[in-house]
Each structure stands twice: as C-alpha cells, then as structure tokens.
Design a protein around this ligand. Structure first.
Ligand code: GCU
Length: 612
C-alpha cells in the first residue's frame, strides 16, 4: 500500500483546514507517461548492500544499522557503523540482482540500493520520484527520511519528494525486499524465477504546481471518442483542460471540477483510421492544463462480443497468440526490459510466428512492451499475478490485488493493443476465490468499461471424451479461457489428443490461454521421447488439430514463446532450472514446434477475414 509522503499529507491537511477548493489531489496511482515528461533518468550503477537478516528494518532505530540514513562516510567514522555504501559494490539499475551478482542468483530477501543526485537549484512546481517497478516491496528514503513504501513487483509507483530535496548532494536509498509471503500477490509458490530488485527505470519527474496526472482517451462502441483527464498538485479545480488530436482536427476544451477531473465526448470523425493488428495506426494526442502538457501516441479501436465471437472494430477476429514471460533472450536472462529487448521478443511473435496476439504472463509487463505492441500491431492480454492459490480470505491480500490492478490499468489503459484484463490464473474453484475475483472484476468495470475481462481457468469436468468448462467464474468474465496440457501432463498419449472434445456451455468466446510441452533445444529423438524437439512438434500438431475442431474457439496463446527460468524445474538433464516449454531456446534458437505453430498461423492468416 503506498503511503502519502509528508508533503502530500500536509497539502491534504492544508486543504481540509482551509476548506478551500480541493488542492493537491493525491491519487492512489502514479502520474502516467513519464517518458513524455520533464524527467531525469536515474538509471546507472547504484551501490548496494545485501541485508539477509533485514537489519536495516528490524534495527532501524540503531544508528549502527540505519542503512537508509546513509551517513557512512569519512566524516562519520567515529561512529561504529555496520554499513558503508561508498565501500559497497555497484550494480546496474534498472536490473534484477539475480543476474548481476552470482551470489544473488537465487537470493530472496532485502537489498539496499543507493545513488546520490546533485541539485543545483530547487525548482518551482513538484518533484516526483517515480519507479517503473521494484520486486516485491520497496522502502524509499531521501536524505535519510522515509518518503513512502510500495508493495507489488510489477507496477509503477511514485512519491512527491518536493520538500525532501535540498540544494547540493541528495541521497536516495531504496530497500527492496523480494520475499513473498502467504498474504502477498502472488504467493511464494510460482513457476517462474522471482527476480528481485529495482527492475524498471527510476526517474525524478518535474511537473508544474498543477499538472496532468493521468488521462484515458479512447473510442467507445457508440462511435464517440471520450477523454477523462485528472489533474494533480495544487489548485486543480476550475482549470482549463485541453485535449488535441491534430490529425483528426479534434480540439477539446473544458474546465476541471473541484476534484481536478473533466470528461470530454465527441463524435469520431469519419476519417478516423481504427487501430488493428493489420493497421496499427497511432495518433498524436496532446493533453494540457495549468501550464502542463503531456503528449502521447494512442490508437483508437472498439472491442465487443457477439455470441462466441470477439469483435474488433465490429468484425470477428481470431487471436493467433503466444504467451510470453518478462525475461530477456540470452543465456543469463534479465527481468529488465528496454525498447530493443522488447522489440526483439515481440517482433519474433509478429513477424516470424505471424501472431496477432500475445499473452503477457503472469503479471504486468514493463510499459515498453505494450507500447511496442501498439506500434507493431499485436493485441495484448494483460494480467496481475493472482496466480494459483493465494490467501483469498485475507482482506490485506485483496487490497494489494486491487491496488496492483488499478496501477496496471491506469498506467496502460491508453494502449489500444490491450484487449483483455485478466484477473487470475488457475485459481481454485472455491467460494472465497469467486468473491475475491468478483471484487477485482467490479473494479475493472469501473476503471475501464471498454475492454474485455478474462481469467485463465484450468479445472474442467470430463464427460466421456469431452472436457466441459463449467467454472462458476465463467459467469463473471467476458471471455472464457482455459489452460490445457493433455498429452504432456497426465497419461494421455499424443495420438488420442485430436479426439478430445471441448464444451463451453457459457456460449461466450473461448480461448486456449495455455497449452505446451517441454523440449530441450537440440535434443532429437526419432522415437519422440519427452523433451525431444520431435515430441514437442508432434504435441503441437495434434493439439492444433484438436483446437481446429473446437466450436466457438476465438483464439489461443500457447505456453510459451521462450524457455524461462524457474526454481520448480530441477531435472538435471532436460531442465536445469529452466521451464523448457518455450518454442525458442533461451538464446532465441527456434525449435521444430515453432515452425508447426508458425505454419498453422500463416495458413489461418491466409484465409483472411476472421483471422486478420
Ligand atoms: C501452468 C501455469 C504456468 C506454468 C505452466 C507449466 O498452466 O499457468 O505458469 O509455467 O502451467 O506447467 O509449465
């Protein structure tokens, strides 16, 4: 949960006391679109101190262990201090610690990071310290004073540090604890490597005293273009707000209400070119108010459902997808995405695999991924890591999930590529889970009524040769998605897979959100032993044959594009802590199955229409 900094609390108090118009409008989520703002990138080498016993937290009152004070330095040698950042090693931020220090390959715990910044003069307006993400809990200090903390490993957060900065050297200390527990989202039990650290960029963002905090500009199914804009900072009420889309000749003008919000609606001009995988058109959108101005590139399209069809811009579309974990290509992969690495992964999907859809599993990926998906023309499944069995009865866990989902949606809801918000993966069919997810679905509807809600289900009822999908969650979501591994897990032989039937009594659009088999790249076996490329290729052939017969199937996102690191995959010959279900190897080599799927998608795309 993000705490308000002293400044924000004071500002809030001042407003309450003054009874004047609502002043600093502190929102529960960070200001958006950092790359378009006056932001200083704090990437680079930061000093770090590994704190296995969390002494900097448990003994925070002891000068010897108050790591966040960062007082260690020549002038303080008189005090016996148990740390000294200047004498500590450095690692690259953004970046996980696992791949940068071999002693931290599987470390799960607390690490302190520090860098300093020189401030020549204190600027007018407000200064925010913004993090793209830090996994899992972050404690943030400026010049020894705590400015806030955040829980959640994959979404942005920011603190107003205007009052904390001084002219001269400023010390930024961030404690990142990657440890998950029984109440966290996800729980500690996941099938991926829990990369720890400040895994996404850090910026010091300067904005005007009153600034554009966030906005949502989109095309609604009624043919109207709408824009919701929220201002932040002081004096947010009764300000002139402008939204311009020059190439469409759209100039919206309005006044913010007392809370700093304003909504616009206008008929979409006939010349609007809608976004789609085939025509990923993006428009320049400029949002300005109170001396602040933020530019963005936004695509406009509509989504709807007609029976078992998903309609993109009014036409049925088949999702030719692939699942992707956030992990770079290479023998020592990283969680830290950048434009080149994101483009590398997504271009393989778009160009080599002929996909038009990616499931960005199992958590919100870096913002750059959905920006590149917008540009390349890939529809996106975005999800929060409500994964397997979490503590569905714990109100704190629900609060964390709601906050994480809100952070994800507010950050990305201007991305035309995103078509689904997913609220869970393979969660147990219990009443408490249903109530928990119902809350999350209700929040999605509030935050973004334009997109479809889904979840990856996995429990099906067998009726003879048929799998019947009757999870009660199916009644609450728009698109019923199922993970299936028949032919890999369990004892079904591959020759029986094409005969498996599926029934989806909901009649809603139906996706296979996962299916896959492991293969060690370069391991070949004519008898198709499991983990051979031949087995994986045959598994794809028979599973795609099964899929092609499923009535109402609207798409698939097989598991998974690339082998990925996982502590659960311990087989000494075939896995060595890699989940081998990728259709490309860690270094990006295509396995035989890649071409089976790619050919199937190419043939589908060649039919045009439904599989554009
Ligand atoms: C599950 C799960 C994935 C996991 C996969 C597997 O469906 O959703 O996170 O990696 O199966 O077993 O490989």
């Amino acid at each position: 949960m993000m705490l308000l900094s002293r400044t924000m609390c004071c500002a809030l108090l001042a407003v309450v006391l003054a009874g004047a118009e609502v002043g600093a409008a502190p929102y529960p989520t960070a200001l958006i679109n950092i790359d378009a703002r006056d932001a200083t990138d704090l990437s680079g080498k930061w000093h770090y101190i590994v704190d296995p016993l969390k002494m900097g937290v448990t003994r925070a009152n002891s000068r010897r262990y108050a790591v966040f004070q960062d007082v260690a330095g020549p002038e303080n040698q008189a005090d016996f201090l148990e740390y000294n950042f200047d004498a500590s090693p450095r690692m690259l931020i953004p970046g996980d610690w696992n791949g940068q220090d071999v002693s931290l390959t599987w470390y799960d715990g607390l690490v302190w990071f520090r860098r300093t910044i020189e401030i020549d003069e204190l600027r007018a307006g407000r200064q925010f310290l913004h993090f793209g993400a830090a996994n899992y809990k972050a404690l943030v200090y400026i010049n020894g004073e705590k400015v806030g903390e955040h829980e959640g490993g994959f979404t942005p957060f920011a603190f107003d540090v205007t009052e904390n900065l001084v002219v001269g050297q400023n010390s930024i200390v961030v404690g990142v604890d990657s440890e998950h527990n029984s109440s966290s989202i996800p729980s500690p039990v996941v099938d991926w490597k829990n990369y720890g650290g400040i895994t996404r960029p850090v910026h010091l963002v300067s904005v005007a005293e009153s600034y554009v905090h966030d906005y949502f500009v989109r095309l609604d199914s009624d043919g109207r273009m709408r824009a919701d804009v929220r201002l932040g900072g002081g004096k947010v009420g009764n300000r002139t707000v402008r939204v311009d889309i020059p190439d469409l000749g759209i100039k919206l003008r309005g006044k913010s209400d007392q809370s700093g919000s304003v909504t616009f609606a206008v008929d979409a001009p006939d010349k609007l070119q809608r976004w789609s995988p085939a025509t990923p058109k993006l428009y320049d959108v400029i949002v300005s108010a109170a001396g602040d101005q933020v530019s963005d590139k936004i695509g406009f399209r509509t989504l709807a459902i007609d029976g078992s069809n998903i309609l993109l811009n009014g036409e049925p579309i088949f999702l030719r997808g692939i699942s992707i974990h956030e992990e770079t290509i290479g023998a020592i992969p990283s969680r830290a995405m950048n434009e080149a690495r994101a483009r590398e992964l997504l271009s393989i999907a778009k160009q080599d695999l002929n996909a038009n859809f990616v499931r960005l599993a199992h958590y919100p990926h870096a913002a750059i991924m959905t920006r590149i998906a917008d540009e390349l023309g890939l529809m996106v499944w975005s999800e929060i890591p409500v994964y397997w069995d979490i503590d569905f009865e714990n109100p704190d866990t629900l609060a964390t999930a709601k906050q994480m989902q809100q952070e994800n949606i507010i950050r990305d809801r201007n991305r035309a590529s995103i078509v689904f918000w997913s609220v869970g993966n393979e969660t147990p069919q219990t009443d408490v889970r249903l109530a928990f997810l119902e809350e999350l679905i209700s929040d999605v509807r509030q935050l973004d009524a334009t997109r479809l809600v889904t979840a990856a289900l996995h429990r099906v009822r067998n009726e003879g040769r048929a799998n019947v999908v009757d999870d009660p969650l199916g009644k609450l979501i728009d698109v019923v998605s199922v993970n299936t591994y028949q032919g890999w897990y369990g004892n079904m032989s591959l020759d029986r897979v094409p005969g498996v039937e599926w029934r989806n009594p909901s009649g809603k659009p139906f996706l296979f959100s996962e299916f896959g088999a492991g293969a060690l790249y370069g391991f070949h076996d004519a008898d198709m032993e499991k983990f051979s490329e031949e087995f994986q290729a045959e598994y794809y052939r028979v599973t795609l044959e099964m899929a092609s017969k499923v009535p109402g199937l609207s798409g698939l996102s097989p598991w998974i594009l690339k082998d990925f690191q996982s502590p659960r995959r311990m087989h000494g010959r075939f896995q060595e802590y890699w989940n081998r279900k990728g259709i490309i190897s860690p270094q990006g080599h295509k396995k035989a199955a890649f071409f089976v799927l790619g050919d199937w998608y190419k043939e589908l795309a060649s039919r045009g229409g439904i599989s554009e």
